[in-house]
Design a protein around this ligand. Sequence first.
Ligand code: SF4
Ligand code: SF4
Length: 148
Amino acid sequence: MLKSNTTGSDFKTESKCLKIRAHHLCCIQGFQGYGYSPAFVANLRAVISKIKAFPPRHLELVSKCDIICASCPSEKECTAQESVSSRRIRNMDLFVMKKLKIKEGAIMKADEAFRLINSQLANASYIEEVCGTCKWRQKCLWYMQDER
Ligand code: SF4
Ligand code: SF4
């Protein structure tokens, strides 16, 4: 679970809603500095900092490219609707949404979303459903917790 490390100074800036792929709720919690490129890592750090700075920030949960994908070298491949990667990753999002009982575009506070995903995806088979084909599993704290 992410914890706040700063206090708010500008409510409007801090409370801006962020668009996040549903399965990225897991990836954000597992991130420890590894990623597809330096730009990707820097962007993901910045996204995580924004959320940590204001845990009740609203997130729009989606099954398409988000603010994390925006700096990813694979964005084009993941955006192409018919690509294998696109379908595989979208299925990860849809599985998470199903387990959270939410629909495309649902808005949730970040801290509530993390609590919900950690309680609803505690089952090892669910984790495998989301993370089973991810190449970052051995670098991901969320995947490795409880020796999954
Ligand atoms: S193992 Fe991969 S897909 Fe699963 S939470 Fe970690 S980074 Fe995300
Ligand atoms: S691999 Fe695809 S889903 Fe994952 S961050 Fe990159 S563009 Fe987004």
